[in-house]
Design a protein around this ligand. Structure first.
Ligand code: GLN
Length: 483
């Protein structure tokens, strides 16, 4: 039963082959048995899951239907869940029980999804390896000595190991697409403003966006349908109708114009990944797509710009964790300054402290123009590059990551080496564009992802291209040994 996709679960529940309660019990037992190897969950919510599963079964018995009604999922532990610990992977929030549900959590619960638990993540979503969590590193089910990617690494590892069919994630600079690539999943970062950020603990507010992680594009369509939509509680949410994503999965790729940026194939890219990307292009050509080389000339500036803007916003967002209002407070402070210093010094891990310092520096009076303002200008140039490219092509294709999953600890002493792994993903966040990663093959037994980018609000196009590709390839069906 644990091998079923969300789409298969919906059919099985509708045909009364099994109940949501039965399925939930099977998956909870599987998590108890296998997750100790992976560490993909921070909290399990067994009681809530069984209550929700029984309620979903009762709704079905009363004639209700819906693709998510009774479907087991999990939430990255930065989505607020009422009365349940919402830690953001940090000691700072280890004791924090959210007083309300995030909009995404509430919408999915209303659609009948069953929450099995809260998944592990890099502390405050800062990272690409899921090693900065206060709750310990997550392991990649494809090789337990390797990282699963981050920061949504717990969601990715759990879905890849078939502990559950799908989970939510968030993506500020790649944290849905990169772990999807490193664990052989399909993951979608929606257009900025498509999914409400209300109740999502902020890392970098102008870049953060929630989205689905699942094995197939078909399942991402189902989960995104439950997450997307206008929310008056989020001032950056966009009041744009949500299309039927599952209905968008049957479009022909005949004549689809695919742009492949020449800058993507530079020295930093593992040549074995480059070959797999070229193979995926050939596969899409067989389905009728037309391929064209394009250029994104400002891409080389993306990492420095992102690593100014994201820490700048983080330094502001994280100032609320002061030992007074939320979360961790140090023992026996001698005065107010001591309370601030030690609560933040003890509550935040080293990567979070590094980013707060970089961000505060970039925003300080003497350096604002030199760093923050310049980074914002680069951000606009990157967006302009994309706008020009999308005048010529319908979709942009390339690698999701320059390398496959690295060994646990391999980049711990060199944060910049980890930042460079984000080179292909962060531009979509800087421009606010939707992006998807899907399985495209293996290197040394480790999964490789291909990334697709589309114009604003064309999530349906991304899902359709990925679905057509998945109807003609079987990379996404491969299962890690032992799971
Ligand atoms: N790796 C990037 C960072 O550390 C992106 C993280 C994310 O998308 N949350 O900032």
């Amino acid at each position: 039963m644990h091998q079923l996709t969300l789409a298969e679960i919906a059919r099985g529940l509708a045909d009364k082959k099994f109940s949501s309660e039965e399925l939930t019990k099977v998956l909870l037992a599987r998590i108890a048995q296998l997750d100790p190897q992976l560490n993909s969950f921070i909290s399990l919510t067994e009681d809530l899951a069984l209550t929700q599963a029984k309620a979903a079964d009762a709704r079905r018995a009363n004639g209700e239907s819906g693709a998510l009604l009774g479907a087991p999922i999990a939430h990255k532990d930065l989505f607020c869940t009422q009365g349940i610990r919402t830690s953001c992977g940090s000691k700072m929030l280890d004791n924090f029980k959210a007083p309300y549900d995030a909009t995404v959590v509430a919408k999915l619960a209303a659609a009948g999804a069953v929450t099995l638990g809260k998944t592990n993540m890099d502390e405050f979503a800062m990272g690409s390896a899921n090693e900065s969590s206060y709750y310990g590193a997550v392991k990649n089910p494809w090789n337990l000595e390797h990282v699963p990617g981050g920061s949504s690494g717990g969601s990715a590892a759990a879905v890849a190991a078939r502990l559950l069919p799908a989970a939510t994630g968030t993506d500020t600079g790649g944290s849905i697409r990169q772990p999807a690539a490193l664990t052989n999943l399909t993951g979608l970062k929606p257009t900025y403003g498509r999914v409400s950020r209300w109740g999502m603990i902020a890392y970098a507010s102008s870049l953060d966006q929630g989205g689905p992680l699942a094995r197939t594009a078909e399942d991402c369509a189902i989960l995104l349908q439950g997450m997307a939509g206008f929310d008056p509680n989020d001032s950056t949410s966009i009041d744009e109708p949500v299309p039927d994503y599952s209905a968008s999965l049957n479009g022909s790729l005949q004549g689809l114009r695919i742009g492949v940026p020449k800058e993507y194939f530079s020295a930093g890219l593992d040549p074995r990944i480059a070959e797999l990307i070229h193979n995926s292009v050939k596969e899409l050509e067989k389905l009728g797509a037309v391929v064209k080389e394009i250029s994104l000339p400002n891409m080389q500036h993306a990492i420095p710009a992102y690593y100014v803007i994201a820490p700048a916003e983080a330094s502001s967002n994280l100032s609320r964790f002061d030992g007074v209002r939320f979360g961790y407070r140090c023992e026996n402070p001698v005065n107010l300054i001591d309370l601030y210093k030690r609560s933040r010094g003890e509550g935040f891990g080293p990567e979070v402290q590094r980013r707060i310092m970089v961000g505060a520096y970039a925003l300080s009076a003497g350096y604002y123009d030199a760093y923050y303002l310049k980074a914002q200008r680069i951000r606009r140039l990157i967006k302009n590059d994309f706008m020009a490219a999308f005048n010529e092509v319908d979709i942009i294709l390339g690698p999701t990551t320059p390398n496959p999953a690295w060994k646990l600890g391999a980049k711990n002493s060199d944060p910049v080496a980890a930042y460079l792994e984000d080179v292909y993903t962060i531009t979509a966040n800087l421009a606010g564009l939707p992006g998807l990663s899907m399985p495209a093959g293996f290197v040394d037994g480790l999964p490789v992802g291909v990334q697709l980018l589309a114009p604003y609000f064309q999530e349906g196009r991304l899902l359709n291209v990925a679905h057509q590709y998945q109807l003609n390839t079987d990379w996404h069906t491969r299962t890690p040994t032992g799971f």
